[in-house]
Design a protein around this ligand. Sequence first.
Ligand SMILES: Nc1ncnc2c1ncn2[C@@H]1O[C@H](COP(=O)(O)OP(=O)(O)O)[C@@H](O)[C@H]1O
Ligand SMILES: [Mg+2]
Length: 251
Amino acid sequence: MQSVVVTNLWKKFGKTPAVKGISFAAERGEILGLLGPNGAGKTTTIHMLLGLTSHDEGSISILGLDMPKNRYEVLQRVNFASAYVSLPGNLTIDESLYVYAKLYNVENPKHRAREVLAELEVDLPGRSLIGTLSAGQKTRLNICKALLNRPEVLFLDEPTASLDPDIAMKVREILKKLRKNYGTTIIYTSHYMQEVEELCDRAIFLARGSIVATGTPTEIRERSKLKSLDEVFVTIARDGELRDSNDKEER
Ligand SMILES: Nc1ncnc2c1ncn2[C@@H]1O[C@H](COP(=O)(O)OP(=O)(O)O)[C@@H](O)[C@H]1O
Ligand SMILES: [Mg+2]
């Protein structure tokens, strides 16, 4: 079953197109990487999927429901975390999880707030103020917050940005656990190609708003005839395409 289906999606800011007619799908339980250099259109795409940004053309179906037509119902069944969205610094971890659990209207919010940390074996000091946490702790809290409503689809925008390798590994473990235990579909962006190779079932490379490569990380690398996914990334960032590949029919 497909959790997310995107067809010919366009977005312009003024006259400048940020996303140019992209189409892709994510299967249930799949971890899909949305990759590409800065300005490629990754965040804009995720924002359109969440109904935070309107799209100009094309269609989005999430869990079989049209977005944004069924925005209310979809948003109850998905969630989002970003390295660039901060939680209120003057609340403790426990307080903030409780407040969000209430906002999401989940049953027994107090219990759920505690449960979500235990479920993912996330070790965070519940009584500490968010303002005093490290970047790694904030990131993990953000992901826990995004799980309060048991989302069927989770969107993550650079969840491991600016984390040290140890914490980034912990975040990857959380994501793997989520998929394994709950079959959560995860669409996420990252600039760390090694992480993408470890985590993603499939990846989509965007450049200047268009899809320039799709496939499993191994397929993309082999087709490109480059030595590593890092080289694929750098080539796409430099040329805006993957010239030596045979993936033209997929564009
Ligand atoms: N709110 C906005 N207003 C105008 N231009 C925007 C806005 N958001 C994004 N853009 C432009 O859209 C393009 C894609 O940006 P973005 O989706 O943030 O890329 P990425 O997340 O891949 O780095 C960029 O050229 C960016 O400047
Ligand atoms: Mg971005």
